[in-house]
Design a binder for this molecule. Sequence first.
Ligand code: SF4
Ligand code: SF4
Length: 384
Amino acid sequence: MRELIKLNKNYKYNLNHELVIHLDPDYVYIPIKKNYNLLVKSKDLVLKEQIIMENNLNKIISPISGIAKEIKMRNISGAEVPCLVIENDFKEKTKIVRKKAKVDCAEALISKLYEYYFKYIASVLETHKINNLVINGIEDEPYIFNNPFILNNYCKEILEMADMIADYFNIHKTIVAIKASDTSNVNKCLSIIGTYPNIKLSLVDDKYLLGNSYFLRENLGLEELDTLVLSAKELLDMYNAIKYDRYITETFITISGPCLEESKVIKVKIGTLFKDIIDENVKITSPNVKYILNGLMTGSECDISDTIVSSSVKGLIVIPDEKCSEEDCNNCGLCYKICPVKVNPKKVMDTGKVSSNCLDCGLCTYMCPNHINLRKYLRGENEE
Ligand code: SF4
Ligand code: SF4
């Protein structure tokens, strides 16, 4: 089992514990993926959940109702891609007829999961004998709080969904995994879990990478082949599909960091521009900041004026824009000591020789007391 690491928080933040709702953007930007046919044109009225792009395997739906405008380049997870702009009419109009089909057995559940694009989960349940189901209420990144917030706000729905899966697929063991330090969720789960005698609570250490499904399963002593780990977010999305025939049009992001008056977890429409979310929901307290998409460990700097929220985006960390380079290194050796695979990041920085062993886990950059961006050197992205 790989050794997990207790992280110190190297930036202070002030977390608002209420979930913030931002579901009324003026515009959303939907990436036009390669090999997809765009099914709408400029000035068309688009309904919420209408299929706007498709190929042989997948369909992409609109998260809002409104008018299709032009195509604009936007940044999605570090890449510039053409996006269809839809102007919101704030009517949330949809043509989808809610079928309210009963999901009362394993076959009906599988069919519903395929219909609502949970293809991977459906295929695992269909092809593997699962004996352990783990509800992941943890996040990987030390400044991202989505799963704990989702579990706290939708605990009943998440446990109900997990209980249904366990019941239909004869899963022997269902576990909610949360950090022992997360007292709010410990109390919340304890207040509800009695309704579900087959679901047990498991409190885990506050260590880095336990939010990752692979490490969480390993830490719980469960085998890979018969264990399914689902995040609180996945179970909530599944619940909304099964119970209310809702496609995924919304997601949760964390905006946090030391340069904000308050850090927040915000429920947003997929396709919203980060700048619009920032302008309306948080107050930046420092003049020179930079924005790290998806967290300090594995994320990368982004420009919020053209970066949009996709379903896989977790959030944004706002930190001081310190210009740090190799000259700031004081040879403390921390980056080497912390590396789980014994790469020497300082040596990589000095020699320019990138190591193929590096996992890009971000630990060395996170731990560097002088905030040197070692990941840049490890990825061979240093310009000089
Ligand atoms: S990013 Fe690479 S060098 Fe740095 S700690 Fe992780 S594995 Fe080691
Ligand atoms: S942790 Fe930072 S300051 Fe210390 S040796 Fe590594 S690069 Fe230099």
